[in-house]
Design a protein around this ligand. Structure first.
Ligand code: S3P
Length: 411
């Protein structure tokens, strides 16, 4: 199967097309609620967007202040990256989001944007926030406080019109889709996983085909890896090395995963990924692999529940600031299914083997990745009931039909 288009790349392709004079076509874009929030936001900022089904056609370049507030809904990427774009294009805008996004930290982007000269006000570090942007920033050096792709991308988008070279230091191999897309849109940029250097220049419109989302594919990879008899092939999946921590982690647990047909797709590496069931064992996940698997830690925790031995996850405190506090929500979920879990301040200890169907409805906490992680948990042990499947539409609206079609469940 081909899972939904990559969410991170879709947001960025829409934003860069909006920032670029001329018309760009984006095909196989993710169609979840988060990316729709970005689409609506760039329209409010003056881009023309025509949805032709498989392809979204964006005409950009003439951005202006939006009339109302920009509603990023549940999407941290929409809020943080667009605050950056507005900050460097002289745009005045207000940003807000849903109850979950209002709990998430925004000073991590506000601080570097203030250093650029923009005025940023947050509500005690959270949304609602307002931006009064500047034009033609000076460029110069920015040191990242945390290895966050969203912060790095906000800085780069704020500096599209910078007059001198922009250097961003202190990255730790966080996802580099913004850098790759900037190159595709004609910009001179160097990046090595730690330092990024963007030269002054202009953007040229481009067409972009979006790879299938490894973060969506990961639910199928993990479910197949823990469900006896499984053999699943996922096509045209993004395998950018800054994202493949989940493949490395599953392999470290003994999973049988093959990559084939590896190729370049408009600047991003893609491959077909085949996974076949084989019994798994525990591992330790810490350090840089956490950044490269940041959205898959919940899935890996579920996988650990079906592996032998105790898996240790560390250096993952940032998960407490995602759509839910994912360390706590996945701990509650696993415990309700009989799994022995100890929650640490920055991670989890999970002892595999005991997972069974829960006696109560499991809570998703309106977090799409928790809802889909529960589907993985249920794959080898039979149906689990969740309180809300609606949240899955944030990133993967077609998840349910694809999941049923894959017949992974042992029902
Ligand atoms: C994302 C970066 C990550 C990730 C999020 C998407 C992006 O967040 O968790 O789902 O598209 O840049 P951080 O940059 O805060 O780690």
């Amino acid at each position: 199967m081909r899972v939904a288009g990559d969410k991170s790349i879709s947001h960025r392709a829409l934003m860069l097309a909006a920032a670029t004079a001329g018309t760009s076509q984006i095909s196989q874009s993710n169609r979840g609620e988060d990316v729709l929030a970005t689409r609506d936001a760039i329209v409010a900022l003056g881009a023309e967007v025509e949805d032709r089904g498989e392809t979204v056609v964006v005409t950009g370049g003439k951005l202006h202040d939006p009339h109302g507030m920009i509603d990023a809904r549940n999407s941290g990427t929409t809020a943080r990256l667009l605050m950056g774009l507005c900050a460097g294009r002289g745009i005045t805008a207000r940003f807000d989001g849903d109850a979950s996004l209002r709990r998430r930290p925004m000073e991590r982007v506000a601080r570097p944007l203030r250093a650029l000269g923009a005025e940023i006000a947050t509500n005690a570090g959270r949304l609602p926030a307002s931006v009064v942007g500047i034009r033609s920033p000076n460029g110069g050096e920015f040191a990242l406080e945390i290895a966050s792709a969203q912060v790095k991308s906000a800085i780069l988008l704020a500096n599209l019109d910078a007059r001198t070279t922009v250097r961003v230091t202190g990255d730790r191999h966080s996802r580099d889709h913004t850098e790759r897309l900037l190159r595709r849109f004609g910009r001179e940029i160097r990046f090595d996983g730690e330092t990024i250097e963007l030269e002054p220049g202009t953007l040229a419109p481009r067409d972009v085909r979006v790879p299938a989302d490894l973060s969506g594919a990961a639910f199928f990879l993990a479910a197949a890896a823990i469900t006896p008899g499984s053999d699943v092939l996922l096509r045209e999946v993004g395998v950018n090395p800054t994202r493949t921590g989940v493949i490395d982690a599953l392999r470290a647990m003994g999973a049988d995963i093959d990559l084939s047909n590896e190729r370049d797709l408009d600047g991003e590496p893609v491959a077909d990924i085949r996974v076949r069931y084989r019994p798994l064992h525990s591992t330790t996940l810490d350090g840089d692999i956490i950044v490269r698997a940041i959205d898959e830690i919940t899935i890996l925790a579920v996988t650990a529940a079906h592996a032998t031995g105790t898996t240790y996850i560390r250096d993952a405190a940032d998960l407490r600031g995602k759509e839910s506090d994912r360390l706590t929500t996945i701990t509650e979920t696993l415990r309700a299914c009989g799994v022995a879990v100890t929650e640490q301040s920055d991670g989890l200890d999970i002892t595999g083997g005991g997972a069974h169907a829960p006696e109560r409805t499991l809570l998703t906490h309106a977090d799409h990745r928790i809802a889909m992680a529960i589907a993985v948990l249920a794959a080898p042990t039979g149906p689990h009931e969740i309180d809300d499947e609606g949240c899955i539409a944030v990133s993967f609206p077609d998840f349910a039909p694809l999941w049923s079609g894959a017949q992974l469940s042992a029902r």
